[in-house]
Design a protein around this ligand. Structure first.
Ligand code: E4P
Length: 220
């Protein structure tokens, strides 16, 4: 499974890239707003992210009609070769995905919650599909089971083009563990979750013991 970072924060992206496991980024105007960004500057910011990341950068269109999504998608795709246009799974999004995909512009269909939505996204030509885990958990439903069903269903078919599943709305290291066990191709994770994936209390305890032993050897 590959790791994408779900952020608009350049410092987080640079730090994760330095760890050697960053395969891509997913972002949107809300994540940019969270770090003080403005919608007017979103496309310039996507360029800044694309310059750092050696991999696909999903940038979400905020448009709601097919024509607007197509126009926005074409504009986003012109920013850099590694831009993927993130489009919501809805009727207008499917119609826009069909056109963008036919033009060779990769699309990540987001806000996907069910198997039929995922299959429709793949049929429309989506290169990536993002089933959400955490938002199911937010309404006391089982997001991991939904993800598992999407992975199984998509892997049942040949859509005539590459389709990768991005486990999205990831809130914990356990979400990452389960997504990997069920064979999701990618997990897009916030930076705090990526850090949790590196850490374990027994690793910390092992390091403490190692440092104490090393001190003893030096003082002997
Ligand atoms: C990524 O593409 C999604 O927008 C993101 O993972 C959603 O996460 P959230 O449910 O925590 O907002």
């Amino acid at each position: 499974m590959k790791f994408f970072l779900d952020t608009a924060d350049l410092a987080e992206i640079e730090e994760a890239a330095s760890w050697g496991a960053l395969a891509g980024v997913t972002t949107n105007p809300s994540l940019y707003a969270r770090i003080g960004g403005k919608l007017d500057d979103f496309h310039d910011h996507i360029k800044r992210i694309c310059d750092i990341v050696d991999g696909p950068v999903s940038a979400e269109s905020v448009a709601m009609t097919r024509d607007e999504i197509i126009a926005d998608g074409r504009e986003l795709a012109r920013i850099a070769d590694n831009v993927v246009v993130k489009v919501p799974t809805m009727v207008e999004g499917l119609a826009a995905t069909k056109v963008l995909a036919a033009e060779g512009i990769p699309v990540n269909m987001t806000l996907c919650f069910t198997v039929p939505q995922a299959i429709l996204a793949a049929r429309a030509g989506a290169r990536y599909i993002s089933p959400f885990i955490g938002r199911f958990d937010d309404i006391s439903e089982d997001g991991l089971t939904q993800l598992e069903q999407v992975v199984t269903a998509i892997n049942n078919y040949d859509f005539g083009h590459d389709v990768e599943i991005i486990a999205a709305s990831v809130r914990s290291a356990n979400h990452v563990t389960q997504a990997a066990l069920m064979g999701a191709d990618i997990a897009t994770v916030p930076f705090n979750v990526l850090k949790k994936c590196v850490e374990h209390p027994l690793t910390d305890r092992g390091l403490d013991a190692f440092l104490k032993d090393w001190e003893k050897v030096q003082n002997a």
